[in-house]
Write a protein that binds this ligand. Structure first.
Ligand code: DLL
Length: 433
């Protein structure tokens, strides 16, 4: 039987969801107009006042907010509540030099944790479960978000944070953890370490995993499910909108339900900004309609995906987003061709390799080069040069047919590529250095 954390919301009629969105959008636009001069200026520049926004039909009129706006407004420029009413900040890792600081009132945290609780119950979680949260705690939203959701469901929560992999496994086994929350690359690493410790999936009490914060392929899902003997579910979110739980997967495992009572989703053409019809692939744009401290109107996520409004067998009525293919700013343009790391991952996993790889892009004599370093698994490890050459050629042919461009493949020995306890770093683009 499907369980919901907030059944009346999660299975509400589409008309009801639209009514919530209409009412909350109007209120939110008034809130930012009154409290955030940055928004007021942007709206005025388009000749808009709050009276022009009567419901979701008028959403397209509003200006977009981009990461550049957040940078300009850093740190307080988009704050919509007095600091005395804010109780927390979270922040992105800033690995791309674009640190974002998001503010929360207690109410914002409450709603965020509700979203995470919905995700945990959607994978079958109840107060009988033991939920190990191995996302990083601290400024990153993964740990705090899932921790709060786990409390709300009433799970016994193990806040291990990331790292110290053998200790993670000890807690999973000693305290009978049934749900594991971490990045998919860390889940893979935990699985690999368990194998090395001689543990088989039936010696591990886990039954479900809630994995997100980075793009991962269906092939990687199969791999993790087999290694850990669990069902692996996707969860999506971003710091700017709260953190994990903007959307989450249900038992159908065919896309992530967006919590539409809190976020309005649109798909736009990333080049023209035009809103695309239902089912089109494009950039995901979100408007947060319940956030108090840090509300974002039409925030361009850079994530490329599709929306699916068809009814879901799980009974939830909120729209589903596909797995993001990657970010448009992660997309590599190599010799004029668009390449997503996820496409490379699909080829590797289909051919029996693990998700331990690194993509190195460079420019030599004004031509882009694509080098893919791939780890051999311990089972396939060999020092027979003929065999290595055959394998490299086979992978290069697979990549050529998936990407439409040639790539140089270098097989490297098992465990030679650094493992990740958080988000994996897959791409080294030397062209920008
Ligand atoms: O990654 C929040 C999060 C934590 C989500 C834990 C899920 C689990 P940021 O660090 O701000 O927030 O990064 C947000 O990560 O725009 C996507 O590009 C990417 N991302 C997040 N979840 C997924 C996912 C957290 N399930 C950025 N699949 C987003 C693919 C994801 N990409």
């Amino acid at each position: 039987m499907e369980r919901y954390y907030q059944p009346e919301i999660e299975t509400a009629s589409r008309e009801q969801i639209k009514a919530w969105q209409d009412e909350r959008l109007v209120k939110q636009v008034k809130h930012v107009w009154d409290n955030v001069p940055y928004y007021r200026k942007k709206m005025e520049a388009k000749g808009l006042t709050p009276a022009d926004i009567k419901g979701t039909e008028d959403l397209y009129k509003l200006p977009f907010v981009t990461k550049a706006d957040l940078r300009d407004a850093y740190p307080y420029g988009l704050l919509a509540k007095p600091l005395s009413e804010c109780v927390r900040i979270q922040s992105t890792s800033g690995t791309t030099g674009k640190r974002v600081v998001a503010f929360y009132t207690q109410h914002d945290i409450d709603l965020w944790e509700d979203c995470c609780a919905r995700a945990i119950m959607a994978v079958g979680g109840t107060n009988e479960d033991v939920c190990q949260v191995s996302y990083g705690y601290g400024l990153f939203t993964g740990g705090p978000g899932l921790n709060g959701g786990s409390h709300k469901v009433g799970c016994l929560t193990i806040p291990t944070s990331s790292g110290n992999t053998e200790r993670q496994i000890m807690f999973i086994r000693d305290l009978n953890a049934t749900i594991l929350c971490c990045t998919p690359s860390y889940a893979s690493y935990i699985g690999e370490t368990m194998k090395e410790m001689g543990l088989t999936p039936d010696q591990i009490p886990l039954k479900a995993g809630i994995f997100g914060a980075e793009a991962w392929s269906e092939e990687m899902r199969q791999d993790i499910q087999n290694t850990l003997g669990i069902k692996a579910y996707d969860i999506y979110g971003l710091t700017e909108l709260s953190g994990p739980g903007v959307s989450f997967e249900c038992s159908a495992q065919t896309g992530m339900h967006i919590n539409e009572d809190h976020f309005i989703a649109e798909i736009i053409d990333p080049d023209t900004g035009e809103v695309l019809p239902a089912g089109s692939k494009g950039e995901l744009v979100f408007t947060s309609i319940t956030k108090e401290a840090f509300p974002l109107l039409r925030y361009r996520t850079r994530d490329i995906c599709t929306l699916n409004y068809e009814p879901c067998p799980c009974g939830r009525t909120h729209v589903k987003m596909s797995k993001p293919m990657g970010r448009s700013d992660d997309m590599l343009i190599i010799r004029g061709v668009n390449v997503f790391p996820s496409q490379i991952e699909t080829v590797l996993l289909n051919k029996g390799y693990s998700a331990n790889y690194q993509i190195i892009v460079d420019r030599v004599k004004s031509t882009d080069t694509l080098d893919v370093h791939v780890e051999m698994t311990p089972e396939m490890f060999t020092d027979n040069m003929g065999e290595i050459d055959r394998r490299q050629k086979d992978l290069a042919a697979g990549l050529q047919s998936m990407l439409g461009i040639s790539a140089k493949v270098t097989l490297v020995s098992p465990k030679s590529i650094a493992r990740s306890e958080g988000k994996a770093v897959r791409v080294i683009d030397k062209r920008k250095i």
